[in-house]
Design a protein around this ligand. Structure first.
Ligand code: GAR
Length: 187
């Protein structure tokens, strides 16, 4: 049984979906949720789901190696970034090479990079007049939104879409494909 850690900074709807997906799995289970934002709704979700929560600040993440040590003490095999805002420090990338996976709510390499998070991504897609968007599931290295692409799934951008309606369509793709992609990595 492989041990999964989820990193999230905000709502955590993907985190919840992944926890539920693996609840009765024989392949893996979510051992902890790691969060950098004390106001993030994902904290309440983790509580409701009975998943241990690890809250940390910049100091603990980048200067001390508190988070890395915590991951190792829980014997985490795979790190899943599900709406996580901060760049992963080099020490964690080194310890978990090819074992950190991220989801991005657009078709990388378009609409990636610093500041391209959540609704800002959907606004940029609509402003550009693109006919399609989608999700990218990819491995993480030390540059934002780079690393080997494991899966992309597309959806249409409709003429009357708002960032919110596009976000909803993209979220549905995330819920459907992210847990399965994680499971594939674990097998
Ligand atoms: C998701 O749509 C995810 O793809 C995106 O943040 C959202 C988090 O939603 N991630 C990024 O933009 C990474 N650059 P959630 O908190 O409800 O799971």
């Amino acid at each position: 049984m492989k041990r999964i850690a989820i990193f999230a900074s905000g709502s955590g709807s993907n985190a919840e979906n992944i926890v539920n997906y693996f609840e009765n799995s024989s392949v893996g289970r979510v051992e902890a949720v790691y969060c950098n934002n004390p106001k993030a709704p994902v904290i309440q979700r983790a509580g409701r789901l009975n998943i241990p929560l690890v809250l940390f600040d910049r100091e603990k993440f980048y200067a001390e190696e508190t988070v890395l040590r915590d991951l190792q003490s829980r014997k985490i095999d795979l790190i899943v970034l599900a709406g996580f805002l901060w760049l992963i420090p080099g020490s964690i990338i080194k310890a978990y090479r090819d074992r950190i996976v991220n989801i991005h709510p657009a078709l990388l390499p378009k609409y990636g990079g610093k500041g391209m998070f959540g609704m800002a991504v959907h606004e940029a897609v609509i402003d550009a007049g693109d006919a399609e968007s989608g999700i990218t599931i990819h491995l993480i290295d030390d540059v934002y939104d780079r690393g080997e692409i494991l899966l992309q799934v597309k959806c249409p951008v409709l003429p009357d879409d708002t960032p919110e309606s596009l976000a909803e369509r993209v979220h549905q793709l995330e819920y459907e494909h992210f847990p399965k992609a994680i499971e594939k990595m674990l097998e």
